[in-house]
Design a protein. Structure first.
Length: 67
C-alpha cells in the first residue's frame, strides 16, 4: 500500500481557467460552420447564464419557455 501512487499525482488540482474571448468565438464559429444549431444554442446559454455542462443537460425545453 505504501508504494501506491495517488490518482491525482502530477495533475493540476482546482478550478479550471475560464475560456478566453478568442476561444469562445472560435467555438461559435466552428459550431456555425458545421451547422450544429442545438449545440450552438446550448453553448450560448451556458456562456450567458454561467451554467456548468452538467446543469445544462438537465434542462428541459418547458423550463426555458414561458407560456
Amino acid at each position: 500500500m505504501q508504494n501506491r501512487v495517488a490518482w491525482n499525482a502530477g495533475k493540476t488540482v482546482g478550478t479550471k481557467r475560464p475560456l478566453t474571448q478568442k476561444q469562445i468565438w472560435a467555438i461559435r464559429f466552428l459550431l456555425d460552420r458545421e451547422e450544429r444549431l442545438r449545440d450552438r444554442a446550448l453553448f450560448d446559454l451556458a456562456i450567458d447564464s454561467k451554467l456548468r455542462g452538467s446543469d445544462l443537460v438537465k434542462l428541459r425545453i418547458g423550463g426555458l419557455i414561458a407560456g
